[in-house]
Design a protein around this ligand. Structure first.
Ligand code: 3H9
Length: 708
């Protein structure tokens, strides 16, 4: 009668094993079966206690996110309703947490009177990352276990605890021995409880969660002050306030009323555009790894040794990723000093991690020992993967690849970290273009999660599949891109920044442009971003675009002028802004420069509205994204959104540029582009061309961006 659980009896214990692969998400059918099993055990006089566990699966990863917005989500028993029923059990229930207890999964465990975890289990409430709050009792039961302050911290961080920390906090009652079977330990625990005639549900240690750990009541304005202190960081996100309201309810209301309030708050968030955007990214991330033609049966190339060419910031950061997972790396440089500098920088980075307690001294030394410096290409002969991170010039890269073709063993994967150059041209100077691929890391490469995996025309499927797998192993989010100028991310950056620069000539100030973008939620405005990465870097990557100057003499002129003056941004103390230490201020000379250039180019200066800045920068970004999708450079809209949220600071709660476009309405985006095409004369005529796919989607009345 059960399809998603195993129900069995072990003398006086009922064992309820959840087995809905892959992660026991609490979909409707599983909820129905848990309810039925619970009722069966409750009604059986031979059963004295119940144990819930994951049968050969993680305990539970929470509510079934795919059900959100469907009738199945609310179908009885809804999760909150089910957990209220379990928490009212007349017999002790023990949750045996193996693997994971996340979100609704942890709420399931908290609805049991007792919890035991295996030492390697991880527990937490990741709902905030989906724009939600724990909506099945988490915001009411956790504060009663650990106090309101800790509960707020844990729920708002979305952080996962290891089992030991969960034990220390009182979220679990005990840990199973590392060598013991979790289920056996849970059974022993249940029998102990029965032996002690323990209550089915013990009293909460913080029956009044509003009393602080110090023993004093939380200040009356604790929640309001907390929200005020985080307002800038939250940036208009609604879920954190929802969490505070729910935990406040736990402090002020009896459990049943608090649970009711929690449900109302959860339901409101579930409908919010922000949560929809974050859920879109959740599924986009899972989709991104799926590439037509690649499945689990495709044999991958073994990667036991990696080589990185170039020990600069980028090369060093890339090398660290592999050392971090125990893969030996040869780091190749041309000169001894550069190599020593690079290795010293890597050591420094690890030392910072060690100081922060993220690494032991022993681990630091182990990782350094995996890094072998070299000045000789011959040391690359046995590498399974070589990644070049040399100067961004086609000439230089081609030379490197021609040499690699000579020295590398057959079957080695040859990767370029180029951010804009044509992988096919690079591959063409080898006799093995099928082994060549782009691996575009983002700086700092040991930190940033995005990895654009650039598939050349001839890249072999197993090379692509190996790169995707390895990318995941080193903790990155790999997204596949086809070959074009700048791939997905930098190609979209180009029209977006072009508009920002042009708006300065037309009358906007750098501070205004950046403010409009940060008001939207971007980490930083595009002009500040170039000051950070280097105006010289921007200049360099625009090189292939310079031909357009003939058609548009205003193209990125202000940035080019700053480059000529050696004002590279933060590193030279001056760029679009003036920097003094950490302070940044407006540069009046930039304004004068913009006025002069506008005069020379015959551009009429005027007052520019924030709306115009938003529309011109964002619509050009979106339009390019749609064009990239249409050309097949990106496999799906979600991939584009991942690149921009993960690599370019686009706010996750807007779901990425294309999801944002859907929220704005595709018609609005199209009519905005058409409007500027007319309004901006020859400039508009040149640049404001709607992507054909955007026109088709609007004409067909579609609201979602997709090629199908
Ligand atoms: C919640 O609980 C709300 C409640 O408080 C209140 C309700 C009233 N649902 O990531 P992976 C799928 S909100 C549905 O590739 P990993 C995933 O889509 C929820 N599906 O593996 C993928 O499917 P496919 C709070 C889920 O090992 C497959 O499982 N919980 C769910 O790298 C494998 O996933 C969370 O936010 C789910 N809950 O990571 C946890 N979870 O193969 C979200 C996973 O078809 N999940 N799937 O592409 C995760 O963080 C990771 O998936 C996890 C596994 C760490 C579990």
């Amino acid at each position: 009668m059960y399809t998603l659980i195993d129900y069995s009896l072990d003398n006086e214990l009922a064992l309820i094993g959840l087995r809905r692969a892959p992660v026991n998400a609490l979909g409707h059918q599983l909820r129905l079966e848990i309810q039925a099993a619970f009722q069966q055990a409750s009604a059986d006089p031979a059963v004295k206690a119940l144990i819930v566990y994951g049968r050969e699966l993680p305990f539970c990863a929470g509510a079934d996110i795919a059900e959100f917005g469907d009738a199945a989500f609310a179908a009885s028993p809804a999760l909150p309703e089910l957990l209220i029923e379990l928490a009212s059990s007349a017999k002790p229930m023990v949750a045996a947490v193996g693997g994971l207890a996340l979100g609704g999964g942890l709420e399931l465990a908290l609805a049991c009177g007792y919890r035991i975890a295996e030492p390697k289990a991880r527990l937490g409430f990741p709902e905030i990352t989906l724009g939600l709050l724990p909506g099945a009792g988490g915001t009411q039961r956790l504060p009663r276990l650990v106090g309101a302050e800790k509960a707020v911290e844990l729920i708002l961080s979305g952080q996962l605890l290891n089992a030991k920390s969960a034990l220390d906090l009182g979220i679990v009652d005990r840990l199973a021995g590392a060598a013991d079977s979790l289920l056996d330990s849970a059974c022993a625990f249940a029998r102990e409880l029965l032996g002690q005639s323990a209550p089915a549900f013990p009293a909460y240690p913080h029956a009044e969660p509003g009393v602080a750990t110090s023993g004093a009541a939380l200040p009356a304005d604790f929640f309001a002050d907390y929200a005020a202190s985080k307002a800038a960081q939250w940036h208009g996100q609604v879920a954190p306030q929802g969490v505070l309201d729910a935990v406040q309810a736990a402090c002020e209301l009896p459990l049943a009323a608090g649970l009711q309030r929690e449900t109302e708050l959860f339901d409101a968030l579930l409908e919010s555009p922000q949560s929809k955007a974050l859920r879109h990214l959740f599924f986009a991330e899972r989709e991104a790894g799926k590439v037509p033609g690649i499945d689990a049966s495709l044999p991958l190339r073994p990667i036991a040794k990696v080589a990185v060419i170039g020990a600069g910031t980028m090369g060093g950061g890339i090398a660290m990723n592999f050392a971090n997972i125990g893969i030996p790396v040869v780091l190749l440089e041309q000169k001894r000093e550069a190599l020593d500098r690079g290795l010293a920088q890597i050591r420094k980075n690890y030392e910072i991690s060690a100081k922060r307690g993220k690494l032991t001294q022993e681990q630091l030394e182990q990782r350094m020992a995996l890094l072998q410096g070299s000045l000789d290409y011959a040391d690359l002969a046995d590498a399974d993967l070589v990644i070049e991170a040399v100067f961004e010039s086609m000439e230089v890269k081609r030379q490197v690849f021609a040499t690699l073709d000579e020295v590398c063993k057959p079957g080695a994967i040859l990767a370029s970290n180029t951010s804009t150059l044509d992988i096919d041209q690079i591959a063409a100077c080898t006799r093995r273009p099928q082994d060549v691929i782009g691996l575009h890391f983002f700086s700092p490469a040991n930190v940033m999660r995005l990895l654009e995996v650039v598939r050349g025309k001839q890249t072999a499927l197993d090379v692509l599949a190996t790169a995707l797998k390895l990318g995941k192993q080193i903790g990155k989010l790999p997204v596949v891109s086809g070959v074009c100028y700048g791939f997905i991310g930098n190609r979209m950056l180009e029209p977006y920044s072009r508009e920002a620069y042009r708006l300065l000539l037309e009358g906007a100030t750098p501070a205004q442009v950046d403010r409009v973008l940060t008001d939207l939620g971007l980490n930083m405005g595009v002009l500040s971003m170039y000051d950070l990465v280097g105006i010289d870097v921007g200049y360099l990557i625009r090189t292939p675009m310079r031909a357009v100057l003939a058609e548009d003499p205003s193209y990125c002129r202000l940035a080019d002028e700053l480059y000529t003056l050696g004002r590279y941004g933060q590193k030279s103390g001056r760029g679009m802004y003036i920097y003094e230490g950490r302070e940044r201020r407006d540069d009046p000379e930039v304004l004068t420069m913009a006025e002069r250039l506008a005069g020379e180019l015959g551009i009429q200066r005027r007052s520019i509205s924030d709306q115009e800045i938003h529309d011109r920068c964002l619509f050009m970004l979106i339009n390019e994204g749609i064009q990239i999708l249409d050309e097949g450079i990106a496999l799906r809209a979600g991939d584009i959104d991942l690149v921009w949220t993960c690599g370019y600071g686009f706010p996750t709660w807007l779901g990425g540029p294309l999801h944002y476009a859907e929220q704005l309405g595709l018609e609005r985006v199209l009519s905005g582009i058409r409007q500027y095409r007319e309004q901006l004369g020859a400039y508009g005529e040149l640049w404001f061309k709607p992507a054909a796919l955007l026109e088709q989607l609007v004409a067909a009345g579609k609201t979602r961006i997709s090629k199908d």
